[in-house]
Design a protein around this ligand. Sequence first.
Ligand SMILES: Nc1nc2c(c(=O)[nH]1)N[C@H]1C(S)=C(S)[C@@H](COP(=O)(O)O)O[C@H]1N2
Ligand SMILES: [Mo]
Length: 428
Amino acid sequence: MQEKTPPRGRLRTEPSLAAPPGRRLFLRQLAGSAVLGAAAGAAADPLPVPDSAKQLGKPVASSPYGQPARFEANIIRRQSPGLTRTNESSIAFTPLQNLFGIITPNGLHFERDHAGLPDIDPVQHRLAVHGLVAQPKLFSMDDILRLPSVSRLHFIECGANSGMEWGNVAVPTVQFTHGMLSCAEYTGVLLSTVLDAVGVDLKRARYLLAEGADGASLTRTIPLSMALDDALLVYGQNGEMLRPENGYPLRLVVPGVQGVSSVKWLRRLEVGDAPWHTREETLHYSDLMPDGISRQFTWIQEAKSVITSPSAGMTLLDKGGYYEITGLAWSGRGRIKRVDVSTDGGRSWHTARLQEPVLSKALTRFRHDWVWDGTPALLQSRCVDDTGYVQPLLRQLREVRGTRSIYHNNAIQTWQVAADGGVHNVQL
Ligand SMILES: Nc1nc2c(c(=O)[nH]1)N[C@H]1C(S)=C(S)[C@@H](COP(=O)(O)O)O[C@H]1N2
Ligand SMILES: [Mo]
């Protein structure tokens, strides 16, 4: 059942919000705050002058490269304990529960390394482009920085994101269930620009091999169609040079495709006529299907969404209070067309508001107004992309994929709000 979208900037008239307009606004500003009562009372008294207003602060540029406020020290990437055997081949997850909008700050972009973090001097770094080309070339970073550039917002999601949810494991927070996901404005050169420069043999060429300069020499096959479409050779991320952990000084970004294809510390592109079947496309990143056969080369990350607040690990302190339900939706095939939110485990759905811009193969922020009545609730989001694809239930995904998958779980996520306000990861 669809409900109409509430008008922008106004709350739906829920019984507990039938208050004078001024108070409604106040409620909205303090959405979800446990100190609502106390703050409302204090507003009548004159505001005391804080210490900060009685003295000079620190000089400008006290922090030449700015850092978050010291009170935000808990908003960090985190490694999942016990998930990997070494800290070199591991994952640091983005704290999605603490982020606003769609951009992941560079210091919080998730990090997935197979053989640790290399330290690469951009002056020494070279990119070789060879294989089925008229003129093999070696590019320095200066060469690449001189080429015509583009900036595009895209998400990167590891194919293993939400992988633990296949096993009915109650992972404690959205950081760990969905935090192998980030979105940034990437700047670089269209891969097609570089392929033009070397003259790809279009009669024979079908695939590209991308290789990283890290200890894993990570290699992935990329179809030439994607390489010539929107794949990017990237050196910039959110307005500055890539961070070392995200591939400094040069990485590939293949929009909409599972993260492993966005090869970091890129040093080599080989043009060929057949897939290479490398380690990362046979042993890993393949999907074991119910018939016992591994599905290889699942490139596209299908449409997926998740509520980031309220989400598991949070507590709703205000029974009968207004809460904004907000989250992220994305599709490797294009734009998000609609997001629906349910607070009763999928029995009824409400169309969420989508925050502009809604961009192709980028995160989209959605929001929905909710007044919690203090009884247990089951929060879900379900997205539809512009191909008409609807995000599946885990049950529907399991019917096709069986029970032995690790990768490519784009199922609807459920958060249970218990009567005490605790929010938990559950599977329906
Ligand atoms: N050279 C190289 N490229 C790599 C990896 C790696 O270990 N080495 N990890 C891949 C994987 S599995 C993912 S999900 C993305 C993650 O990108 P990020 O670390 O910038 O978030 O990088 C990919 N590119
Ligand atoms: Mo990955």
